[in-house]
Design a binder for this molecule. Structure first.
Ligand code: AMP
Ligand code: ZN
Length: 468
């Protein structure tokens, strides 16, 4: 049974969905005004890991991630490039999906776009006005936070004024704790901005309202889980709760789950600080995308993770060991006799599952996999693994990879498009020379291959080669 830390109760709780076997999950998605940086991607990867774990545990998961395609930044970007908002955001939406695929993040159930749900948002805003939770002011509509007694229940931020509408209003979508005031649901149109018709004149939605409108449209009044990085607790999620609960009269979210930030030299990675890497920056430097995925998984999600290039190198190194081990396992001959590894694999599986069920401890789950590699490696090197044992390990890897997504790999030699057949032929020729006692020729071939960066290793099951 999965235990998760719930920001709402500030403690770990056993997770059970409202409807048996079905999890309704909403995660705040990207604002498509630029390439995501790898901090954003750490947060999206966390959603992926949680969803994969829930699916592997037998749940059907209806996970929704919104695409914010109208806000100050997207409008400004489109304006600067002289293209329509749609053309501009489509480009970055495509890049976003490409990045997800590169990092092996499985597609969500739905990716609704804000601009395609304006009617649903207007419906929520109108209802809030009718019920006295929101009011119009100069063509914009604001949520009256004093009308919602429980405002502040997620973040612990309680505004001090108690009389209705004494707080003043705020048009910004993002603001600091001190600025807990009536927030904007609908913004009056400004000249040159894209607008939609509304009962209050032409305008566009504020940021917070899209998540209420789209989550209820696809998942109903009460969500099992809502995700987003810690910076969204206030004001975004606090405001989502106020609007949603004032709108539906029901509890909005049962489990709030907030992953921590990716940091660089002690500071949050962010566009505004300029201390960010996009996935493309790293791929252009020749980084392996699965090493990036691995690195982003090396700290527990409730801890900050410090990004370094050395960390990335360590990740690649660890993965190469794992891949090499898996390759050698798959080469154990079908008639090999030896250890069946039943006890080792069972122990690894139970550690793997216990770690994931303990507040999604992904580093712990990966440690269970790597510990098995360390334990079995000497047996494999000595040719003491049976065919059954090898299959058992490979089955466990395939199963673990349903969550981790780092073990399966394309042979990098294939990916490089090198002429494997030629290398195989030389390796074979060297082996024959050795068997015939022609060590001079055997060494010559080895040196020739080494010059091309190909290393031959003689194992209990014959020679193997790999690129350096
Ligand atoms: P945005 O595209 O700016 O709306 O952000 C998308 C998601 O990335 C949100 O859940 C943010 O909270 C999250 N995020 C922003 N910066 C970081 C960071 N440095 N580390 C992890 N997540 C982040
Ligand atoms: Zn949101």
């Amino acid at each position: 049974m999965l235990k998760l830390y719930n920001t709402k109760t500030r403690g770990k709780e056993e997770f059970e969905p409202l409807e048996n076997g079905v999890v309704r999950l909403y995660a705040c998605g990207p604002t498509v005004y630029d390439f995501p940086h790898i901090g954003n991607l750490r947060t999206f990867l966390f959603s992926d890991l949680l969803v994969r774990h829930l699916k592997r545990s037998g749940h059907e998961v209806r996970n929704v991630m919104n695409i914010t395609d109208v806000d100050d930044k997207t409008i400004r970007g489109a304006d600067e490039e002289g293209v329509s908002l749609r053309e501009y955001t489509q480009k970055y939406t495509d890049y976003f999906f490409e990045d997800l695929e590169t990092l092996r993040i499985e597609p969500a159930w739905k990716y609704p776009r804000a601009t395609e749900h304006i009617d649903e948002m207007l419906e929520v805003v109108e209802t809030l006005v009718e019920r006295g939770h929101a009011y119009e002011h100069e063509g914009s509509v604001y949520f009256d936070i004093s009308s919602f007694d429980e405002y502040g229940k997620l973040s612990g931020i309680v505004p001090d004024a108690t009389d209705s509408r004494e707080f003043g209003r705020l048009d910004d979508d993002e603001y600091e704790r001190e600025d807990a005031r009536d927030f904007v649901l609908w913004k009056a149109g400004k000249p040159g901005e894209p607008t939609w018709e509304s009962p209050w004149g032409p305008g566009r939605p504020g940021w917070h309202i899209e998540c209420t409108a789209m989550s209820t449209a696809y998942l109903g009044k009460t969500l099992d889980m809502h995700l987003g990085a810690v910076d969204l607790v206030f004001p975004h999620h606090e405001n989502e709760i106020a609007q949603s609960e004032a709108y539906t009269g029901e509890e909005f979210v049962r489990y709030w789950v907030h992953p921590e930030h990716l940091i660089v030299e002690g500071e949050k990675m962010s566009k505004s600080k300029g201390n960010f890497f996009t996935l493309r920056d790293l791929l252009d430097r020749g980084c392996d995308p699965i090493a990036i995925r691995h690195l982003l998984m090396t700290a527990h999600y409730r801890r900050q993770l410090n990004f370094t290039v050395e960390g990335l190198e360590q990740s690649l190194h660890a993965l190469e060991r794992l891949w090499d081990f898996a390759d050698r396992m798959s080469e154990v001959p079908a008639d090999a006799e030896g250890e069946d590894l039943a006890g080792e694999v069972e122990a690894a599986l139970s550690k793997f599952e216990a770690a994931l069920n303990d507040d999604l401890n992904v580093p712990g789950a990966m440690a269970a996999v790597f510990a098995l590699v360390r334990q079995v490696n000497p047996l494999l090197a000595e040719g003491r693994v049976s065919a059954d044992g090898a299959q058992r390990v490979l089955d466990f890897f395939a199963d673990a990879d349903r969550v981790l997504g780092i073990i399966e790999h394309q042979d990098r030699a294939d990916a490089a498009g090198a002429d494997d057949a030629e290398i195989e032929a030389l390796v074979q020729e060297r082996q024959e020379a050795r068997e015939a006692g022609d060590y001079a020729r055997a060494d010559e071939i080895r040196d020739e291959l080494l010059e091309q960066g190909i290393v031959i290793e003689d194992t209990a099951h014959g020679p193997r080669w790999r690129r350096e």
